[in-house]
Design a protein around this ligand. Sequence first.
Ligand SMILES: NC(=O)c1ccc[n+]([C@@H]2O[C@H](COP(=O)([O-])OP(=O)(O)OC[C@H]3O[C@@H](n4cnc5c(N)ncnc54)[C@H](O)[C@@H]3O)[C@@H](O)[C@H]2O)c1
Ligand SMILES: O=C(O)C(=O)C[C@@H](O)[C@H](O)[C@H](O)COP(=O)(O)O
Ligand SMILES: [Zn+2]
Length: 364
Amino acid sequence: MTDQSVTRIQVGGSAGTDPYEVLVGRQLLDELPGLIGASGRRVAVLHPEALAGTGEAIREDLAAQGYEAIAIQVPNAEEAKTAEVAAYCWKALGQSGFTRSDVIIGVGGGATTDLAGFVAASWLRGVRWIAVPTTVLGMVDAAVGGKTGINTAEGKNLVGAFHPPAGVLCDLAALDSLPVHDYVSGLAEIIKAGFIADPVILDLIEADPAAARTPEGQHTAELIERSIRVKAEVVSGDLKESGRREILNYGHTLAHAIEKNERYKWRHGAAVSVGMVFAAELGRLAGRLDDATADRHRAVLESVGLPLTYRGDQWPQLLETMKVDKKSRGSLLRFIVLDGLAKPTVLEGPDPAVLMAAYGEVSA
Ligand SMILES: NC(=O)c1ccc[n+]([C@@H]2O[C@H](COP(=O)([O-])OP(=O)(O)OC[C@H]3O[C@@H](n4cnc5c(N)ncnc54)[C@H](O)[C@@H]3O)[C@@H](O)[C@H]2O)c1
Ligand SMILES: O=C(O)C(=O)C[C@@H](O)[C@H](O)[C@H](O)COP(=O)(O)O
Ligand SMILES: [Zn+2]
């Protein structure tokens, strides 16, 4: 039985998109059969190496309920977000006779659910999938909203599809085994939600930054739920990022360039942290953002142990990579900046000197 203290947050349902729910609580796996649906006979549980035990336990449980269940183990973290690993998954699905009525379950962090969603989007031109995020970042951001994809040598998430899940199960117990480095990485996306839409998030973290770094923290569930609500509200109105959804990319233009520069060895949240400090400086230098809000970025990110700087000598490469950011239009670079707290906006084609000066503020 699903625990009674489960929070349900609806996503989508307008503009022709099917609604689905994000559940936050404990012991949520009993929800799987309902999400798989009456016509699902085969299920593929896609999981990273680090969650071999969890993946197998879910597979066994579903097999015991009569499903033809296979497990597909993929590498940890960004090593899973490649065309080669996607092809490996397609092969496993083909060999098990996976049809359009069958279902993929992505169990893991954002890298795993991005891959699982992409495999689901591309297999037979789209099959049903369910996200079971097991990291903070996966719960508050990656598993929600239907952006799926993989990286290429040229950049982050360059191949993908919008393919929303049938449901998202955030079991808070999963966070107990998450290394602190990965836990903290997820806080960057929570802090992003605070700056772009819900400043109460910032207040809660600033009240006790040490507690925010652990699953036992007093406000853990509230921070996760508030961030999911921000994401749910934004993507519900703009699934395919034709406008407002771009605000979720706050800090990501530089972040993705840093990730590529580091050959995807930096955690996404760490790169987003530096990217948000850069975006705040850009907003300040462009005359949009007040000093106090810009300075608040450094203070809150540093208080939870996120990085604020990156290598100063890498600017030319980073600038080149930023040109193929998905928000770019032709040769026009576009950034999300703040006009004030919780007032995100687009800054188009900033003066190259201003861009470089903003980078100077995050250069180590
Ligand atoms: N689709 C989206 O909208 C969206 C949004 C934000 C981020 N992302 C993507 O999410 C990815 C980052 O996700 P992440 O921060 O969750 O990292 P991750 O998926 O790389 O996971 C980090 C590490 O933790 C391990 N792990 C996962 N759950 C665990 C658990 N419960 N216990 C122990 N180990 C566990 C993983 O195997 C991996 O080694 C990036 O690729 C980023 O681009 C996507
Ligand atoms: O959901 C979105 O939209 C986001 O931008 C959320 C980001 O946190 C996330 O990292 C996303 O994958 C970035 O998307 P991309 O389109 O810039 O690759
Ligand atoms: Zn992100």
